[in-house]
Design a protein around this ligand. Structure first.
Ligand code: SF4
Length: 534
């Protein structure tokens, strides 16, 4: 695909007049800033990438979730080549560093920059798009060479925020990591193939609360972060601003249907008028008009999102049974995703589908509406409480099954599998002789299983298992003691221990100074593996 951006003697013939991908425009010319420009054939590389591949990626994210895309993402794959070759340096971004705390904002800024570069240089200019993609790949491979895990994906990739928007808390058909059996390598968790050909975890804990391990868990863990609001609300504005700009630039709303892909030398347009409104060219160069448009639209959408959220929260407070803050926030984000998806489809994708018969175009449009509506309904019903109940119920069920207590007399013909999470908690509480020792045994088993699956890390286990502790009557101090006991007895469960990666030791790379260290158990020492020869 990238090679075709530099040399493509084939696809131009498909866009010649009368061919499948030719623009259907009156007089075979495209209206641009008051002029009728001839529609000459052009090679299709840029159009295929932006107009076909990218929309398919967005649909994949919404339907199959982040886990599906991360496993086939070419950039993620390329960034992992140094690891496959065994030449990867083992730096890890410290979770308390400036970069770790601001990763989402950094990635959003890179996305904003990328959209500007696309409008200014790489939308229809194949050579510049080829250079742009090659440099992005080079950056991904360099980061993949320097850092362990998926540091490129988690800290730098400009597409990561887009993945988050369309696939958190989960895709329409996404799997549930929090109810997966023990020892499962969940979702798109880093993995490798062992000597016997079986898959095994290759997680080096490069990110606390990793979306690859449990996308929904990450969603609820970070839902109150202010950077999420910026991302979700401003992104809606970015989508609107991006597609509106084609109209503001060309002076008509058909430019996406005919003309946009014919502008094959974008460099020469940078200083040309960037707006053509009401039949007048505005003397603002495109170089300024593009960032101005995207800033204004994303800023306005962010402000509107915050205002709507405030109104929703006020309305929620007046309800007899108000929703939790997390649910209100999640529903606001889900609405933003629904809006962004449909705006992107109807403003940006649908106008470019002219090569399909009308019936197929209509079917695709209805499919987009139905899929995004089903996703919204699914997401609307989720809550942090429900997620925690499902996860803890699942852990509790397995741990209760391991106790040397005959449970059948309490189950009235049902099995542990039939009990809902609340019933499991109740069972645990009413069992006679269910001593503190048994409770600790259950809690320790749940901790062990979750650490094994990497669905929690020592650093966030105190916070994430709060509800489980409350229900089992375990104190924070007991949690710290149990964690310490686990670290002594089963150090391999602690991902930052060299024992887990004896052949690939690691050092921490700290960017900026730590200010806070949230949710770390007081007695928990986080040990990072050290670099070879260190
Ligand atoms: S935290 Fe583990 S699974 Fe997630 S990206 Fe890093 S190494 Fe991979």
């Amino acid at each position: 695909m990238i090679v075709s951006l530099f040399y493509d003697p084939i696809s131009a013939q498909w866009t010649a007049s009368g061919q499948l991908f030719a623009a259907s425009a009156p007089n075979d010319c495209a209206l641009f800033q008051g002029q009728c420009l001839p529609l000459s054939p052009y090679p299709m590389g840029a159009r295929i990438f932006w107009g076909m591949v990218l929309p398919l990626v967005i649909i994949t994210l919404l339907v199959f979730g982040h886990e599906a895309w991360r496993r086939i993402c070419p950039l993620s794959f390329l960034s992992q080549i140094p690891r496959s070759l065994g030449v990867q340096q083992q730096f890890i971004i410290d979770e308390d560093s400036w970069l770790a705390r601001n990763a989402l904002t950094v990635q959003f800024c890179l996305l904003f920059l990328g959209l500007n570069l696309r409008l200014l240089l790489a939308n229809s200019d194949r050579l510049l798009l080829g250079i742009f993609l090659s440099l992005t790949i080079l950056a991904a491979v360099t980061i993949g060479f320097l850092f362990a895990g998926k540091t490129w994906c988690n800290y730098f990739c400009p597409m990561a925020p887009v993945q988050m928007i369309y696939s958190e808390p989960s895709g329409l058909l996404g799997s549930k990591a929090h109810t997966a059996p023990p020892k499962t390598i969940t979702q798109s968790m880093c993995r490798t193939v062992g000597k016997e050909g079986q898959e095994k975890s290759a997680c080096v804990a490069c990110k606390v609360g990793c979306i690859d391990i449990d996308a929904e868990g990450t969603h609820w863990e970070n839902i109150r972060q202010p950077d999420r609001k910026l991302l979700y609300y401003a992104y809606v504005g970015l989508v609107i601003g991006f597609y509106t700009y084609f109209g503001l630039y060309s002076g008509n709303w058909n430019f996406l249907k005919a003309g946009v892909w014919n502008e094959t030398s974008q460099l020469s347009t940078l200083l040309a008028p960037g707006f053509f409104i009401a039949g007048q060219a505005i003397a603002i160069p495109k170089l300024i008009a593009v960032p101005l448009t995207l800033t204004l639209f994303s800023g306005a959408a962010y402000a509107m999102g915050l205002w709507t959220e405030k109104c929703y929260k006020r309305y929620n407070k007046q309800l007899r049974r108000p929703l939790s803050v997390d649910v209100v926030q999640s529903r606001m984000f889900a609405s933003a995703t629904f809006l962004a998806f449909n705006l992107l489809f109807f403003m940006g994708v649908q106008p470019t589908l002219g090569y399909f018969p009308i019936l197929i175009q209509n079917l695709i449009s209805w499919a987009a509406i139905v899929l995004s509506s089903l996703w919204l309904v699914k997401t609307w019903k989720r809550s942090a409480q429900r997620y925690t109940r499902e996860r803890d119920g699942n852990l509790l069920r397995r741990q209760l099954g391991k106790l040397d207590i005959d449970l059948s007399q309490f189950l009235e013909g049902r099995s542990l599998e039939d009990l809902k999470p609340d019933e499991l908690y109740t069972l645990a509480k009413v069992l006679p002789n269910f001593t503190q020792e048994y409770r600790q045994q259950i809690y320790l088993g749940a901790l062990r299983e979750s650490l094994e699956k990497r669905s929690i890390l020592p650093a966030n286990s105190l916070h994430l298992f709060q509800a489980l502790r409350q229900n089992l009557g375990i104190t924070d101090e007991a949690h710290a003691l149990l964690l310490e006991k686990l670290q002594l007895e089963e150090p391999q469960l602690f991902p930052t221990k060299p024992t887990d990666h004896a052949d690939s030791s690691t050092v921490v790379w700290r960017i900026g100074k730590s200010e806070n260290k949230p949710n770390v158990a007081a007695n928990t020492t986080i040990v990072r593996p050290r670099k070879k020869n260190d």
